[in-house]
Design a protein around this ligand. Structure first.
Ligand SMILES: [Zn+2]
Length: 365
């Protein structure tokens, strides 16, 4: 039997955190077939209405593939075998990576510190660059350095500026970071992917449209209201300063999802050096926090308004989610619900994660 009840919290506020809880009952072989009740929570994203379903007990699952492999040793072998001939290592980068055509950057590639930006050899956008994060072939999740991440972000912003000058149709910037194969990185060497699109992605489009509608209805920026509400509630707020706020998502689209919201900046192009510096410092600190919680792989992406748009209704944000531990055969965290049904199955409560990562950040910030 399934009991359902609807909780619409804070209905009087412009931000609504909606959730429905159901109880699933089973006779559990791990508890001598005693009746086991598991709480399942459906949550809607307060802006888009996207659905996430959380069962915190799923983290207990036995993952047969992971249990069978000696993860650390396998990762070490992959690091070693991929080092030889790596396109992004300093000895190969100049002859193995593509160059921008003259009209984009006459220099071919741009360097800053240890980071280099060049075109993606197999692009999936008209303007699709790759930027290395370091000259080191492998970096563990918790070991990224502030200066390197700053330089990488700085190069991304330089690319956005240049594309804007040469192609007025290309308006939507994106910064993406897949770390290691479980996060869909085909190359071990740390790198980011930087795109400028003529159209926002479908998810970004919804966020922009709904933020605009929210502004028309309530007369304030959704993101400002969200940060204020999260600050008031406290249970998902991880960090806040004058320029940025970090919150654990109420309805995550991946395990351990964080949003790093940049205040008053509608587009990634609007980030000043000072803000880039704080974002870089925070990303490194957050990744150190993830690492302390046992995370070995992650994705980061951004949502941004188009160049020169959205000043009154949109704040740009970075999202981070954890991905499975690198191993030869691992259990993917994305299955039929996510791939076919656009519903995100999550194995822990954002409020618990916020508490845990806040604690790890105390040691590093
Ligand atoms: Zn390398």
């Amino acid at each position: 039997m399934i009991n359902a009840f609807l909780l619409r919290l804070y209905a009087m506020s412009s931000i609504a955190f909606e959730k429905i809880t159901v109880i699933s009952r089973l006779e559990n072989p791990l508890k001598s077939f005693a009746v086991d009740e598991q709480m399942i929570e459906y949550r809607r994203d307060p802006l888009t209405g996207w659905l996430s379903v959380i069962n915190a007990r799923r983290a207990e699952r036995v993952k047969q593939a992971a249990a069978a492999s000696a993860e650390k040793r396998v990762l070490d072998e992959v690091i070693e075998s991929s080092r030889k001939g790596c396109f992004f290592c300093p000895e190969n980068i100049e002859r193995s990576t593509p160059r921008f055509p003259q009209e984009v950057f006459p220099e071919g590639r741009l360097w800053r510190g240890e980071c280099c930006i060049f075109p993606n050899l197999y692009p999936f956008a008209k303007h699709h660059a790759v930027a290395t994060l370091t000259t080191q072939h492998f970096v563990d999740v918790g070991d990224f350095r502030h200066q390197n991440v700053f330089d990488n972000l700085w190069l991304a912003r330089e690319f956005f500026r240049r594309v804007r000058e040469i192609d007025p149709k290309a308006k939507y910037p994106m910064f993406n970071w897949n770390h290691l194969p479980p996060a869909a990185a085909s190359i071990i060497h740390p790198h980011t992917q930087i795109l400028v699109e003529e159209q926002p992605t479908p998810a970004e489009k919804q966020m922009l449209e709904k933020s605009k509608r929210f502004f028309k209805k309530w007369g304030e920026c959704f993101w400002e209201a969200l940060v204020r509400e999260e600050r008031r509630l406290g249970e998902r707020m991880v960090y806040e300063s004058k320029d940025v706020a970090v919150v654990a998502s109420f309805a995550p689209r991946g395990n351990r999802e964080l949003q790093l919201i940049v205040k008053y900046a509608s587009s990634l192009l609007d980030l000043s050096d000072r803000v880039l510096d704080e974002v870089a410092k925070l990303l490194c600190a957050l990744l150190r926090g993830y690492s302390q919680l046992g995370v070995g792989s992650f994705n980061t992406s951004t949502y941004s308004a188009g160049f020169g748009e959205g000043a009154d209704y949109f704040w740009t944000s970075f999202r981070i989610i954890s991905r499975p531990q690198p191993a030869t055969l691992y259990t993917s965290d994305t299955g039929f619900m996510e791939r076919f049904h656009d519903e995100w199955v999550i194995e822990g409560f954002p409020e618990d994660f916020a508490k845990a990562i806040r604690r790890s950040l105390d040691e590093v910030l």
